[in-house]
Design a protein around this ligand. Structure first.
Ligand SMILES: Cc1cc2nc3c(=O)[nH]c(=O)nc-3n(C[C@H](O)[C@H](O)[C@H](O)COP(=O)(O)OP(=O)(O)OC[C@H]3O[C@@H](n4cnc5c(N)ncnc54)[C@H](O)[C@@H]3O)c2cc1C
Length: 511
């Protein structure tokens, strides 16, 4: 049971655009809607209490995707779950209105949909409300210094034979990827050992993405395009584990997005949580609200202290925030040297009156990855950075990779302007952004607020030999304290978050 050391008065708060009254002193300030999600089945009592050696009163710190995914899983098994969120549910995935259009910020590519389906299956959900659709053009057109490269490379393209060789080298890992993402990394698990062996065989003696790509001896244009995807680890190819070099071959044909946009993922997770009785303690912007900001955490007693001094004790705590941020809450020294941080970014969202004349995804890799890496590690702005450009009707998103220095980088900053000019020149759309009806941007300073120091999107980078799924993850920090989320499961991103939460859910049934 949770224990609270301060009396609560009835309060009125705003969540999900609604004003909600908290009526009972022991309830949290969000009414719980138990109605099933359209397309989702309401869990039966049997499904809620199927597994696990015991259920507890669990507090989850952080209501980003990781916190919401684990909240639904634990509530499904009968835990009483409360999620504490200091800002907005969804974390890096949120909706933002720009020029009268709604933009989904943060993740734009949904990969490894089988991990999502495993999550739904564990919840006992028969149908998939996301309606995932393949993204036209897969991973997009890569504008390398050696020429444009579409991934996947279609038949008839001069690079197709090289691409097939890369695919063949990566193929033995394909049947094991879901296992690697979702199975507790235990030497006693036969499935995990099989999957690890397949990965080790495919990566061979190469520790890093750079090493693996060089050994393929493919055309420089294709090699350059492949290097770009080391950034899925938030690292340069010389630092990212070799697995990341295999990813384009493994995912290029399966990149997707919910038909209604990425925001549907957030809506779905919130409804899946609500349908299972998850309580939310937190705020949305505007108005007078209760705070869900956790200021201190004591794992020995299972208690957390909220803004304003309220202390709440739970049987079990799960951190779904960045590990460095968690360390600060526990009073543990935070160690995050700049060269080890993953990248941050500037995300620019532009609204137009007409459809943007660009393909769904265009990628501008840095011209020189060595110079790019040196700049990021020094905290300097790379002369030409990785730019991802997503066009969707009248919406344009441009994501520029930047060092994790918490630096404010507004759209009128000279470096941002130079990178946008490079995008316009390379994609032959001069003056495109000037013709936008409205522009909004998030920068490293923004990503630092609720995340890792400097705004490192995937937290601290691990050395290549520790960065893959093979090393034991620090999922459990104390008998009462577990952790999930981007900075915990290497690679970050939606599949790693889902997989990490499935793993923690499974491990919790065995404790
Ligand atoms: C621009 C951009 C593009 C991306 N593109 C992709 C993509 O295409 N595909 C993909 O798979 N992934 C992508 N990602 C990564 C993906 O968005 C993240 O990995 C994921 O959203 C992180 O989820 P999380 O729950 O681990 O962390 P977060 O979203 O950071 O959630 C943590 C939450 O904890 C809250 N919090 C922090 N401190 C406290 C506290 N003290 N008390 C209470 N609450 C607290 C924060 O407010 C936040 O809501 C992208 C990310 C960015 C920024």
């Amino acid at each position: 049971m949770s224990h609270r050391t301060r009396n609560d008065s009835n309060s009125k708060v705003h969540l999900f655009g609604k004003s909600v009254h908290s009526l009972a002193p022991t309830s949290f300030p969000l009414t719980t809607d138990h109605s099933p999600l359209p397309g989702c089945t309401d869990p039966t009592p049997d499904q809620r209490f199927t597994s696990g050696t015991g259920t507890s009163d669990t507090g989850i710190i952080g209501g980003g995707l990781a916190g919401l995914v684990l909240a639904a899983l634990l509530a499904q098994r009968g835990h009483s779950v409360t999620v504490y969120e200091s800002d907005r549910l969804g974390g890096k995935l949120r909706r933002k209105e720009v020029g009268g259009l709604s933009f989904d910020t943060g993740p734009s590519l949904f990969t490894f949909p089988s991990v999502w389906r495993s999550f739904l299956a564990r919840l006992g959900e028969a149908s998939d409300p996301l309606d995932l659709r393949p993204l036209p053009g897969g991973l997009g057109l890569h504008h390398t210094p050696f020429g444009p490269v579409p991934l996947p490379v279609p038949p008839g393209h001069p690079l197709h034979a090289d691409w097939l060789r890369v695919c063949a080298a990566a193929a033995p890992v394909a049947p094991h990827l879901e296992t690697l993402l979702t199975t507790p990394p235990r030497l006693t698990s036969a499935a995990f050992l099989r999957a690890s062996a397949a990965l080790a065989q495919a990566t061979g003696p190469h520790l890093t993405a750079e090493g693996w790509i060089r050994a393929r001896r493919v055309h420089p244009a294709l090699a350059h395009a492949l290097r770009t995807h080391a950034l899925n680890a938030g690292l340069s190819p010389a630092d990212a584990p070799a697995l990341y070099a295999l990813l384009p071959a493994l995912i290029a044909g399966h990149v997707c997005r919910p038909a209604g946009g990425m925001g549907v993922l957030l809506d779905t997770l919130i409804l899946l949580c609500r349908a299972r009785g998850v309580q939310f303690w937190g705020t949305e912007s505007g108005g007078t609200q209760s705070s869900g900001t956790v200021r201190r955490l004591d794992s020995a007693s299972g208690s957390l202290t909220l803004d304003g001094g309220e202390v709440i004790r739970h049987d079990l705590l799960v951190s779904a925030i960045d590990p460095a941020r968690l360390a600060a809450l526990r009073g543990v020294p935070v160690h995050s040297p700049l060269p080890r941080r993953t990248v941050s970014g500037v995300a620019i969202y532009a609204a137009f009156r007409e459809a943007v004349p660009l393909p769904a995804t265009s990628i501008l890799p840095p011209t020189d990855f060595a110079a790019f890496r040196a700049a990021l590690r020094a905290g300097a702005l790379p002369p030409d950075t990785l730019a991802l450009v997503h066009a969707d009707g009248p919406r344009l998103a441009v994501l520029l990779t930047a060092p994790a220095t918490a630096r404010p980088l507004t759209p009128d900053h000279p470096w941002v302007r130079a990178q946008l000019a490079r995008v316009e020149t390379t994609l032959s759309v001069p003056g495109l952004l000037a013709s936008a009806s409205a522009v909004a941007a998030f920068d490293p300073a923004h990503y630092a607020v609720g995340g890792h120091p400097g705004g490192a999107i995937y937290g601290l980078g691990h050395p290549a030999w520790r960065g893959g799924p093979l090393h034991p993850q620090p999922y459990r920090l104390h008998s009462r304290l577990w952790q999930v989320g981007t900075g915990v499961h290497p690679g970050g991103g939606i599949p790693a978050i889902l997989g990490g939460a499935l793993i923690v859910d499974e491990l919790l049934t065995k404790t």
